[in-house]
Design a protein around this ligand. Structure first.
Ligand code: ARG
Length: 445
């Protein structure tokens, strides 16, 4: 092979990390060949032991720059150094096509548990942050405009539920990785030896054996699902990151991020930049890119294995690596973040209670559509008089509608406003505590 082609052809730098899966799959295959009578029991055992010795050598590292094309040829060469010519019998009835599809799925199943654990820790940090914010009432926003008061806990938990859904999505992708063991599909048409695929399935921890060899060597649906789970998680993390940037700004002043996760400016001595949140937000681009890359890679491929598929691993590996990189610092920053009341949280505008004022009229029998318009007039009147809504005299209210009575002053309590929202899912203390209880329960598993 010409040198220019060799560098394009080689994937060892990327797929070297699949060596543990390649060893496991190969040991199972050697035993299956012996079980099928293709190899003697002794040969089967010698291969399994030889592969064990290869694993030992590989675990010491230093093979990234080996001259081999990919991890599969590397393992086979090293096996030859351990068991001699017998190594040449391992590839009987097997192709690198069903081999790599199997290795990649085994990796996918394993990597999910690391991501799941990191997500569980992030979730626990959000729960703890919510617990610290249960007494604090802050302005909630729609369209980034102050809208209604919220318990800070409600905001923190609003970022937890997407993460819990992400855990489920990763779980689902991992289950799909374990459905349809490719090993035993050969290059495309199946295996000509009486291999016990059911035994292979059980040994390698798959849930089922693939039904169609041609589909099986090319099916990367599970990888796409995992790339999607990663991209969507990235979207969620970027929104959380954006909120952290905003809430920790002087303008919002609702949250302080721990110093160890921020940096100063090389120029402006007063700066405390929310780098952790910005870097997490910034990493989302590559998570989305890996999903689009994988979708594009698969589009329009003809049936069966195509060499294009060699590109699949780099993309999904990057998704996993990126997540493992960003989740711990984000968790650490949230674990030590503190709610503060320096900016907008400090003196909240009574305008946040305009909806409560409309609800007040509703309780007096005014239809909501009408009360909404009436309160709009109250707000304008207060603006014209240069007064806050809460200091507007009762007469001014009553000029707009006679249903406003002396008790209207009771509406001007942020505590009363949040406590009114007691239906499940709302921001009243009881509803938030119920939410916290189910979140804690979900995070125990
Ligand atoms: N390195 C290849 C990959 O990652 C292994 C399969 C090669 N198969 C082949 N027919 N050349 O897809």
């Amino acid at each position: 092979m010409l040198p220019q082609m060799e560098s394009l052809n080689r994937s060892l730098g990327t797929d070297i990390r699949l060596w543990p899966q390649d060893i496991r799959g190969s040991q199972a295959w050697a035993s299956a060949l012996a079980g099928a009578g293709v190899l003697s029991q002794q040969e089967g055992e010698a291969l399994v032991e030889g592969l064990e010795a290869v694993a030992h050598r590989l675990s010491a590292g230093g093979f990234d720059d080996a001259p081999d094309e990919d991890v599969h040829t590397l393992v086979e060469r090293l096996l030859g150094e351990e068991v001699g010519e017998l190594a040449g019998k391992l590839h009987t009835g097997r192709s690198r096509n069903d081999q790599v599809a199997t290795d990649f799925r085994l990796w996918g199943m394993e990597v999910t548990s690391a991501i799941d654990e990191a997500l569980r820790e992030l979730g626990s940090a959000l729960v703890a942050l919510a617990e610290r914010g249960i007494d604090l009432i802050v302005p909630g926003h729609t369209h980034l405009q102050q809208a209604q008061p919220l318990r800070a806990a409600q905001w923190a938990l609003s970022h937890l539920w997407p993460i819990l859904r992400d855990r489920n999505r990763f779980q689902g992708a991992s289950e799909r990785a374990g459905e349809g063991l490719p090993l035993g599909s050969g290059a495309l048409a199946g295996c000509p030896f009486p291999i016990d695929r059911e035994w292979l399935r059980e040994t390698l921890g798959f849930r089922s054996v693939s039904e169609n060899s041609l589909d099986s060597v090319a099916d990367r649906d599970w990888a796409l699902e995992m790339a999607f789970a990663g991209a969507l998680l990235g979207i969620h993390l970027s929104r959380l990151g954006e909120d952290l940037v905003l809430l920790s700004s002087q303008e919002f002043g609702v949250l302080r991020l721990p110093e160890g996760f921020c940096t100063g400016s090389s120029l402006m001595p007063q700066k405390r930049n929310p780098d952790v949140a910005e870097l997490v937000r910034g990493k989302t681009g590559r998570l989305v890119g890996n999903l689009t890359g994988l979708l594009t890679l698969l589009k329009g491929l003809p049936s069966g294995y195509n060499r294009d598929l060699q590109e699949d691993k780099e993309l999904l590996f990057d998704t996993a690596d990126t997540l493992k990189l960003v989740l711990p610092p984000l968790t650490g920053a949230l674990a030590d973040a503190e709610f503060t009341l320096e900016g907008e949280g400090q003196d909240m505008d009574a305008g946040l209670l305009a909806t409560d004022l409309a609800d007040y009229l509703v309780r007096k029998g005014v239809p909501f559509r009408e009360s909404h318009g009436l309160v709009g007039r109250v707000v304008r009147r207060a603006e014209d008089l240069g007064l806050s809504l809460s200091s507007l005299p009762l007469d001014a209210f009553r000029e707009i509608h006679p249903s406003f009575e002396a008790d209207v002053k009771e509406v001007f309590s942020f505590e009363a406003s949040v406590e009114a929202r007691a239906a499940p899912g709302g921001t009243a203390r009881g509803a938030v505590e119920a939410q916290l209880a189910s979140a804690r329960e979900l995070l125990t598993s």
